[in-house]
Design a protein around this ligand. Structure first.
Ligand code: C2E
Ligand code: CA
Ligand code: CA
Ligand code: CA
Length: 278
């Protein structure tokens, strides 16, 4: 917060000054971590709502810094985007995600890995080609990797961003609308966009058991999605009550701590091996 001194000049108070300094230091630490290959992925299972069998996993980027400890992606991703580090970060994530998609296949699991793309990724003219190159490099079918884009990014995606989405969809990559319901409440744009799946935001899931109006919204969202030929993932499912509600209302897929937290690859493999048909 800038305070105006009596002289009329703006001076920064200490808190503002140190936090700007912190951000700069954090960006430099992140840059170093990227260069040294210190970022990793955690994988969170997405399961069939009825059989509870795993269908895909979401790749979530992880950074543990020697000084700072675990830094949540919600903290460092905006810094990365602002500092122009997103192209490198996304490529690191894609390398690790495609590698894991190939390992899962080798282990006999026919499940996809979904990756999150950010605003600047949609304007990155090289990314479409690089997605295809990585598929070929690992000899993966196109359905082995899916792409998650937040609702607000989708709605804003005109021009180059829109072209990118159409192009990757034409190549056969499935597109998921992330955080559905949080950005724009208009559903009208959905049938114009090349998406296959909606992910209902955790904010809705967590209110399901306590707020009947949330139930109405989620119920109509699922029905609308199905009528448009889309499938629905509920994010942030933490309780059996939420799962039961979602099953009853024909939600297709479930993701949340009730099934599993995001796991390092080795723990994911153990978790997958323990899943059996009901
Ligand atoms: P998201 O895409 O909505 O991912 C889901 C977030 O919800 C993850 O947080 C996950 O750990 C958390 N979560 C999953 N199930 C539950 C649950 O049952 N309860 C609760 N309380 N939380 C749950 P995370 O890993 O901290 O990621 C935060 C956000 O950072 C993600 O939200 C995504 O937008 C972004 N992100 C993560 N990895 C990447 C990446 O590789 N690239 C980009 N561009 N964004 C990423
Ligand atoms: Ca996501
Ligand atoms: Ca989400
Ligand atoms: Ca989210």
């Amino acid at each position: 917060r800038a305070k105006t001194a009596r002289s009329g000049f703006e001076v920064y108070d200490d808190t503002q000054h140190s936090s700007a300094w912190d951000r700069l230091a954090t960006v430099e630490a992140l840059r170093l971590a990227l260069d040294r290959g210190r970022l990793t992925l955690a994988f969170q299972p997405i399961v069939d709502a009825h059989t509870r069998l795993p269908r895909s996993v979401e790749a979530l980027v992880r950074w543990t810094d020697a000084e700072r400890g675990f830094v949540p992606p919600d903290v460092f991703l905006p810094l990365a985007e602002h500092a122009g580090l997103m192209p490198q970060l996304t490529r690191t994530v894609l390398d690790l995600a495609f590698e894991e998609a190939a390992i899962l296949r080798e282990l006999g699991h026919d499940i996809a890995v979904s990756v999150n793309l950010s605003a600047s990724d949609l304007l990155d003219g090289l990314l479409e080609q690089e997605l295809l190159e990585r598929l070929h490099e690992h000899a993966l079918p196109v359905h082995a990797v899916k792409i998650e884009i937040t609702e607000s990014l989708l709605v804003d995606s005109h021009g180059r961003a829109g072209d990118f989405l159409l192009a990757v969809r034409e190549e056969g990559f499935e597109l998921l609308v992330d955080d559905f319901g949080t950005g724009y409440s208009s559903m009208a744009y959905l049938h114009d966009l090349p998406v296959s799946t909606l992910k209902i935001d955790r904010a809705f899931t967590s209110r399901l058991s306590t707020d009947p109006r949330t139930g109405v919204i989620v119920d109509s969202t699922i029905e609308m999605a199905h009528r448009l030929g889309l499938s629905v993932v509920a994010e942030g499912v933490e309780t059996e009550a939420e799962l039961a509600w979602l099953q009853e209302h024909h939600c297709d897929l479930i993701q949340g701590y009730l099934m599993s937290r995001p796991l390092p690859a080795a723990d994911l493999h153990t978790w997958l091996a323990a899943q059996k048909p009901l």
